[in-house]
Design a binder for this molecule. Structure first.
Ligand code: UGA
Length: 443
């Protein structure tokens, strides 16, 4: 079985590397010449634990190759589309399918009837996209018969940045939306290496598979927003949101995961996918109050975090120095896309503060804050903390969990800590002499 993966972005690269690890021949194709040139030299454009080793091992053994040449799909059996589906710039929240359709157009000329190829969407695409792809391909290739000469499948990915390899190799489930038995058989064969790990493979129709992806991400986003809203109530009335989350999570029907309060969800998926799901409702004339309120709540949450800082500093931010620890949307990634830090940092600057920023992974994106002369980058966490009036923990990197708190207290100008991820224990922090505020604890 030979596989083509089109798109050497986050999803495409992980997919290509992991399938080659299963022992399939994989060709990963991207139109970005520079990216492919680098990948051939094992230079990986993203920070993902374990990915470098996997790419290196499988390119050395020739199970994995990189190219810009789309013609190389010709001798493959399965063609994965793994290009981006960002939010359109129109402001309607819809997912932009131009890259997906461009790929469909390009591959249509190189389909190989003899190989009975499967065209599989890995990209996150709204319900109904598979049907549109089939329609487009039928139009382009009138000489081929859909369902006989080629097939379309939806196989959404559920990888998390920072643990993508592990998620691929040990998934909770694999979802395949198929339109015929042939596609089902090929997809079963493809994922057979996961049988040993007893990963359930769910076969559905194409539309259901497409919606499972959006519904899953939006449900998790809703779960996070729910606990964040409970945190707001605890802060006013009392109670401890972590205990609340624990008590809820012990109910098997709810489960403990994704109940960690924080500054609002970010990243390249939840914000984009909740918007796109909301847009699907709107487009089809169905009112969705639930998804819409999750989006609004999460946007407001970032501003509420700024208000929290203002309260802590008695609304006197002018000239105050703040150590801002962690800018990525979560730990173990260098990704800053839709991170709440992108809202909080500029708002604090606007209020007159000086920010000393540190992040263990974030380097290349620092130009996001270049326009602010009040935002200074620090290579060492203690440089950022030294002489600051307040420390904000924005991302729960392990480096911050293990912070030398006695030293921190000593070098701070004022012992204020605002822990937006609840990584420290409140009573211990108070014992150490900090003015410690966290999420979901009465202020
Ligand atoms: C998410 C999903 O978890 C993956 O299953 C999915 O495949 C992926 O999107 C995608 O669609 O490609 P990811 O964006 O990498 O993965 O990150 P998560 O670990 O889900 O975290 C997302 C955001 O929620 C982060 O900002 C994180 O800090 C926040 N979060 C997460 C919380 O605030 N609380 C939690 O309990 C969990």
């Amino acid at each position: 079985m030979k596989i083509a993966v089109i798109g050497a972005g986050y999803v495409g690269l992980v997919t290509a590397a992991c399938f080659s690890e299963f022992g399939y021949k994989v060709v990963c194709i991207d139109s970005d010449k520079n990216k492919i040139k680098n990948l051939k030299k094992n230079i990986i454009p993203i920070y993902e634990p374990g990915l470098f080793d996997l790419v290196k091992k499988n390119t050395n053994s020739k199970y994995l190759e990189f190219t810009t040449d789309l013609k190389s799909i010709n001798d493959t059996n399965i063609i994965f589309i793994a290009v981006g589906t960002p939010t359109t710039r129109r402001g309607d929240g819809e997912a932009d399918l131009k890259y997906v359709f461009q790929v469909c157009n390009d591959i249509s000329f190189n389909l190989n009837k003899k190989n009975n190829q499967l065209i599989v969407t890995k990209s996150t695409v709204p319900i109904g996209t598979g049907a549109l792809i089939i329609k487009k391909l039928k139009n382009k290739r009138k000489d081929l018969v859909y369902g006989e000469d080629y097939h379309v499948v939806s196989n959404p990915e559920f990888l998390r940045e920072g643990s993508a390899i592990e998620d691929f190799l040990r998934p909770d489930r694999v979802v395949c939306g198929v339109s015929n038995e042939y596609s089902k058989n090929i997809m079963s064969k493809l994922y057979r290496p996961l049988n040993l790990r007893e990963a359930p493979i769910l076969f559905t129709d194409i539309e259901s598979a497409e919606l499972i992806k959006y519904a899953s991400n939006s449900f998790l986003a809703m779960k996070i927003s729910f606990i964040n809203e409970m945190a707001d109530l605890c802060e006013k009335v009392g109670g401890n949101v972590q205990q609340v989350a624990k008590g809820m999570g012990l109910d098997n029907r709810i489960g403990p995961k994704f109940l960690h309060p924080g500054p609002g969800f970010g990243g390249s998926c939840f914000p984009k996918d909740t918007r796109a799901l909301n847009a699907s409702f709107k487009k089809n004339g169905i009112k969705s109050t639930l998804i819409k309120s999750v989006i609004e709540f999460n946007e407001n949450r970032k501003i509420n975090m700024v208000n929290k800082v203002k309260r802590l500093l008695d609304y006197r931010l002018k000239g105050k120095t703040i150590a801002f620890l962690g800018v990525t949307f979560k730990p173990n990634t260098d990704d800053i896309r839709e991170s709440s830090s992108l809202v909080i940092i500029p708002a604090l600057v606007k209020a007159g503060a000086i920010l000393k920023v540190h992040d263990p992974a974030y380097t290349k994106y620092f130009n996001h804050f270049k326009e602010f002369k009040e935002v200074k980058w620090n290579r060492s966490v203690f440089n950022a903390i030294k002489d600051s009036d307040l420390v904000i923990i924005h991302t729960e990197w392990n480096e911050y969990r293990a912070l030398d708190l006695k030293k921190t207290k000593k070098i701070l100008k004022h012992p204020n800590i605002l822990d937006l991820r609840n990584i420290f224990n409140k009573s211990e922090m108070i014992k150490l002499g900090f003015n410690y505020k966290s999420i979901g604890n009465k202020e």
